[in-house]
Design a protein around this ligand. Structure first.
Ligand code: 1SD
Ligand code: ZN
Length: 262
């Protein structure tokens, strides 16, 4: 089938462009963010709604490429403002990480790689569903958060890390036992972010994503990273553990990276 892409071997990132037309496009993600070449914009602040309420239920799935968290909430969290046109509804968040802490993030900031990157995926409310939104050039807004290593555990990641023990193999799901609001997975300072027009970082690489990458990182301990590094990937991968599930940076081309001038 068309979903037989991997991070290793003959169906790895260097081959995606010949397997999926969009992956060879010219507004691809991730990118290196050169902070000296960022254009200033006069935008309203980013507005997050229902990011402070704990979801009623959270579960994690090993989808063979990542650990993905889905939530049940009375009112879906949403993001608007900050130069976004319209309101985007939260769908899921997931992670990209390395085999060790010298690599793992998808975006790089001034060439710096982080050991992990979290993606909060949202779809434009007016398109109704994620499935419809991935067909529209302004369909998705993804918030990217860098993670940096700290000596102490990140409390918000602790219940998730424990649940990962129950999703060791691809296609497994597990309940997360304690719920933190989505805000707990964002940096304290959400005012400073980088914005550009890009794509999904996985096939089919749809060029539909308005990216917001926060400048400030959140923390994770080495011990917590090891829970992610002990997952097993899809059987198609040539490695036994799910690590290095990040795409190499793509050319920026004529695109501009922008930020909010305060
Ligand atoms: O890799 C994810 C993919 O799993 C899926 O969540 C997709 C949205 O449908 O988004 C990409 S990413 O661009 O957020 N990495
Ligand atoms: Zn992602």
């Amino acid at each position: 089938g068309g979903s037989e892409w991997t991070y290793t071997g003959q169906h790895g990132p260097l081959h995606w462009g010949s397997m999926f037309q969009s992956c060879a496009g010219n507004r691809q993600s991730p990118i290196n963010i050169e902070t000296l070449n960022v254009k200033q914009e006069y935008w309203k602040p980013l507005s997050l709604k229902n990011y402070e309420k704990a979801p009623s239920r959270m579960r994690v799935k090993n989808n063979g490429h990542s650990a993905q968290v889905e939530i049940d909430a009375p009112v879906a969290p949403r993001v608007s403002g900050g130069g976004l046109k319209g309101e985007y509804i939260f769908a899921q968040f997931h992670f990209h990480w390395g085999a060790d802490s010298t690599l793992g993030s998808e975006h790089t900031i001034d060439g710096v790689r982080y050991p992990m990157e979290l993606h909060m995926v949202h779809y434009k409310g007016s398109y109704g569903t994620l499935g419809e939104a991935v067909k529209r050039r302004d369909g998705l807004a993804v918030l990217g958060v860098m993670l940096e290593v700290s000596n102490s555990d990140n409390p918000a990641l602790a219940p998730l890390a424990t649940a990962l023990l129950n999703v060791t193999d691809a296609e497994m799901y597990a309940e997360i036992s304690a719920m933190y609001p989505l805000k707990a997975f964002l940096p304290r300072n959400i005012e400073k972010f980088y914005r550009y027009e890009g794509s999904l970082t996985t096939p089919t690489c749809n060029e539909v994503v308005t990216w917001t990458v926060f400048d400030e990182a959140i923390s994770i301990s080495e011990r917590q990273l090891e829970f992610f590094r002990s997952l097993h990937p899809s059987e198609l991968e040539e490695v036994p553990i799910l690590v290095n599930n990040f795409r190499p940076v793509q050319p920026l081309g004529p695109r501009e990276i922008r930020q909010r001038n305060k």
